[in-house]
Write a protein that binds this ligand. Structure first.
Ligand code: R5P
Length: 289
């Protein structure tokens, strides 16, 4: 297998190469002055299994991923897999109001049928994978990896800022690794940047808490959760997430309120201290023919 790194995920691609021993392909990826993307693969790919690592966030990455696929598919490889570390548009996974686009389905449709397999990490809702109708897909869950990072912080409880089934399972998985309890808040989203957390009676007085979410975007949910935890007298508050988008000053706002803020390398930022590569490497190694 050979790995082609999209410009969104160079660090994760390197980690994957280290974990699996599969080489990184030489490729030229650049933007013209008008921001159009140019792709050239500088490797022979004939008969090879290829893994493309490229996100669908921000929007420009959608085209980049498509063009990498186009270049690769012209070189007669044996198979082409796509790892989408962060699947942008996944949160609009259904019609919430009449007249909307189902963005997750529309974006999935661009890639569906073009690959032998599509891999995702912590997809927001299971239903999103069903939008890949002609390509088999597989999702990896990173909360255990994040929990391991916090192993020596003596965490007493993992809290999800959201009561959705997936969010709670995510916290539960981390709590299993940390051998501690878990709980969740009930969240109501007021608008894109404001959320309201319903007071929930938890005994967190004097406890060290890890707040875990799949995505931090504007930071609104996380800041609301941290403030609520302070009202409940948590003694130390740590923050973890899989996809750290940290829009605007989200990172500063959260670090201003919590002890430590850590995300994975699905989106590469200064908070990306945990790699999801070990999760995915085993699957890729199993592909070895
Ligand atoms: C929502 O359901 C997700 O799990 C995250 O809680 C949400 O996307 C975070 O967004 P923000 O950081 O803008 O509050």
């Amino acid at each position: 297998m050979i790995i082609i790194q999209g410009s969104s995920n160079r660090s994760l691609s390197h980690e994957l190469s280290q974990e699996t021993g599969y080489p990184l392909a030489n490729a030229e990826i650049k933007r013209f002055p008008d921001r159009e993307c140019y792709i050239r693969i500088l490797e022979k790919l004939e008969g090879k299994d290829v893994l493309i690592v490229s996100a669908t966030f921000p929007d420009e990455q959608i085209v980049e991923t498509l063009l990498i696929h186009d270049a690769v598919s012209r070189m007669n490889p044996a198979s082409i897999r796509l790892l989408i570390p962060y699947f942008g548009y996944q949160r609009q996974d259904k019609l919430f109001k009449e007249g909307e686009a189902v963005s997750a389905q529309a974006v999935a449709g661009i890639f569906d049928g073009r690959f032998d397999e599509i891999l995702t990490v912590d997809i927001h809702a299971e239903g999103v994978l069903n939008y890949f109708r002609r390509t088999s897909s597989r999702n990896f869950v990173a909360s255990g990896q994040i929990a391991r990072y916090f192993r020596n912080r003596n965490i007493d409880a993992v809290i999800s800022p959201d009561g959705g089934v997936r969010a709670v399972d995510y916290a539960k998985e981390a709590a299993k690794v940390l051998n501690c309890e878990y709980d969740y808040f009930l969240k109501e989203r007021i608008d894109a940047t404001t959320v309201k957390l319903f007071p929930k009676k938890m005994d967190l007085n004097g406890k060290r808490v890890l707040v875990l979410d799949d995505i931090i975007a504007t930071g609104g949910s996380m800041v609301a959760a941290i403030r609520r935890l302070k009202e409940l007298y948590a003694s130390e508050i740590y923050v973890g997430c899989t996809h750290g988008l940290f829009i605007g000053d989200a990172y500063e706002r959260i670090t201003g309120e919590a002890g430590e803020v850590v995300s994975t390398d699905t989106v590469e930022t200064r908070a990306s201290l945990v790699s999801v590569a070990p999760l995915i490497a085993g699957h890729l190694l199993g592909m070895r023919s």
